[in-house]
Design a protein around this ligand. Structure first.
Ligand code: 1GP
Length: 245
């Protein structure tokens, strides 16, 4: 079964959690261990990506180490066309909808598309919207981050993603954001779109994950907490429990 189909079928039954691992933050062996532990704790997929320092080799080694340990899908969460690994199960084929630069809207995608086809990786079309503060990805992606109180703007971008035919919408506050996307924004977007809504950035505990789910997120992504936590059962485990409860 294809990865998108698998995600959509699972969403019919429950909310999902995805674990983001940055290949630049640890060696491949450790990344593989993290993915294995996250799977044990009930995460539904591993996303692999980061804003800086990603090479083809790091991507390949990290994904290979993960694939040795986990059965859940391993999905590339790309920053550019330069580090796409043939070993992944799928790639979020995403456009940063509120970037000021065509590079992140469609040019990197133009460069990557033929490679993705040749490698036979499943592309999952996704609208990616950076919300304030946006953090590093906002800077690198030359985003005009949606202000936290401009709810209509977030709704407009999300609906535009759906009308373009994208299969998922991702509201991103940025990795390590001091505050996650607000519940008000999540519920406004959710009530207008009919494709699944992913929310990430700054979700560090079970309460924040529960808030996002209650507001209407279908998929919650956490990254920083996985890299920083010394007790994944207490941190990530509780977050996944909150998503699933
Ligand atoms: C970043 O949304 C993800 O792209 C995860 O953010 O690292 O803050 O969990 P955190």
């Amino acid at each position: 079964m294809k990865v998108l189909e698998h995600i959509l079928r699972k969403l019919d039954e429950e909310k999902l959690h995805m674990t983001l691992v940055d290949p630049d933050k640890q060696d491949a062996e450790k990344a593989g261990e993290l993915a294995g532990k996250a799977e044990e704790l009930g995460t539904d997929a591993i996303m692999v990506g980061g804003s800086t320092g990603i090479t083809q080799k790091k991507m390949d080694d990290t994904i290979l180490a993960m694939k040795e340990r986990v059965k859940i899908p391993v999905i590339i969460f790309p920053t550019s066309a330069s580090a796409i690994s043939a070993y992944a199960d799928a790639i979020y084929f995403m456009s940063l909808l509120n970037s000021k630069s065509p590079v992140f809207l469609v040019r990197q995608q133009m460069i990557a598309a033929p490679y993705i086809k040749k490698m036979g990786i499943e592309p999952i079309p996704m609208g990616y919207i950076v919300i304030e503060p946006g953090m590093k990805v906002g800077e690198i992606g030359m985003a005009e981050p949606v202000p936290r109180d401009k709810i209509d703007m977030a709704v407009g971008y999300s609906l535009a993603a759906e009308f373009f035919g994208m299969k998922l919408v991702y509201l991103e506050a940025g990795s390590g954001a001091p505050e996650p996307v607000s519940g008000t924004m999540i519920s406004a977007v959710k009530s207008e779109i009919s494709i699944p809504l992913i929310v990430g950035g700054g979700i560090r505990n079970a309460d924040a994950a529960e808030n996002a789910i209650r507001a209407g997120a279908d998929i919650v992504v956490t990254g920083t907490i996985v890299e920083e936590s010394e007790d994944l059962e207490k941190s990530l485990g509780k977050i996944i429990e909150a998503v699933k409860s």
